[in-house]
Design a binder for this molecule. Structure first.
Ligand code: ADP
Ligand code: MG
Length: 252
């Protein structure tokens, strides 16, 4: 039975998609059957693994019941990885979903049958706590929370943890935090060091040991439709994501 991870933080640009794509690619390459689900209408994860934004059915068609989840699964630029892309209509889902009775469980009910086929299922969430994120959290066993190492890093984290606790209470008692991940870190600056220390002090048990450095290779990889671990496997960014994937797998 596979484990379902959601990669979530209501802030945009903190490294959610980069983390979802790279962890999924590393775990798949390590030999685990892995499915990446793009839950963000911006479709950055879809494009980041070399799939066109508009081609064929995606998560939108799965959520509306047009196709079964298994029928929306595709191959991508990473040979071992399978993907359910966002699908062209996913932006509309934020409006349409809440009108449906029990919408919170739609994604869970669609994805649950795939647990038998994949050891890891990783869902990339949009930068909000809207309906699609709620659906992803209701479906997930664990949440990975990327945190950009910048001045306002801690702001919003307390709120996010409250939301996670609420989802756990009301929708999904299984949900736990896999870890917070410091991203785009610049260890040479005083600010980078201070923020890392502060986040670790606030959440001593929760922060992954692995820290993702700011690295140009990470930023340019999506334009090639590749995870950085494939674009430049020897870059500092790729090495950090390889380490993170091991830590995620080791935490179970
Ligand atoms: P989110 O999904 O949270 O909005 P992204 O993963 O899309 O965030 O990252 C935001 C931007 O920062 C993207 O352009 C991405 O390529 C870039 N980026 C992410 N992580 C790094 C990193 N470690 N080093 C450099 N650029 C990064
Ligand atoms: Mg994103």
């Amino acid at each position: 039975m596979g484990t379902i991870y959601a990669v979530a933080n209501q802030k945009g640009g903190v490294g959610k998609t980069t983390t979802a794509v790279n962890v999924a690619a590393c775990i798949a390459e390590a030999g685990y059957t892995t499915l990446l689900i793009d839950g963000d209408p911006q479709a950055n994860a879809t494009v980041g693994v070399g799939i066109s934004r508009t081609h064929g059915p995606g998560l939108y068609e799965v959520l509306t019941g047009e196709v079964a989840a298994g029928e929306a699964v595709r191959t991508c630029s990473v040979q071992e990885l399978r993907v359910i892309p966002a699908g062209a209509g996913l932006a509309g889902a934020n409006v349409e979903l809440p009108r449906l009775e029990g919408f919170e469980y739609r994604l869970r009910d669609c994805v649950e049958p795939l647990r038998g086929s994949y050891e890891y299922i990783i869902i990339d969430c949009p930068p909000s706590l809207g309906p699609l994120t709620v659906c992803a959290l209701a479906a997930a066993d664990r949440v990975i929370v990327p945190v950009q190492t910048e001045y306002f890093a801690l702001e919003g984290l307390a709120g996010l943890l409250e939301t996670l606790a609420l989802v756990q209470r009301e929708l999904n008692p299984r949900l736990t935090v896999a870890g917070m991940l410091l991203t785009m870190h610049d260890g040479r600056t005083r600010l980078g060091q201070d923020v890392e220390r502060e986040v670790r002090a606030h959440f001593p048990e929760l922060v992954f040991d692995t820290v993702i450095p700011r690295n140009v290779r990470v930023g340019e990889a999506p334009s090639y439709g590749l995870p950085v671990t494939h674009h430049d496997p020897h870059s500092a960014g790729a090495e950090a994501y390889f380490e993170l994937a091991k830590e995620v797998a080791a935490r179970g």
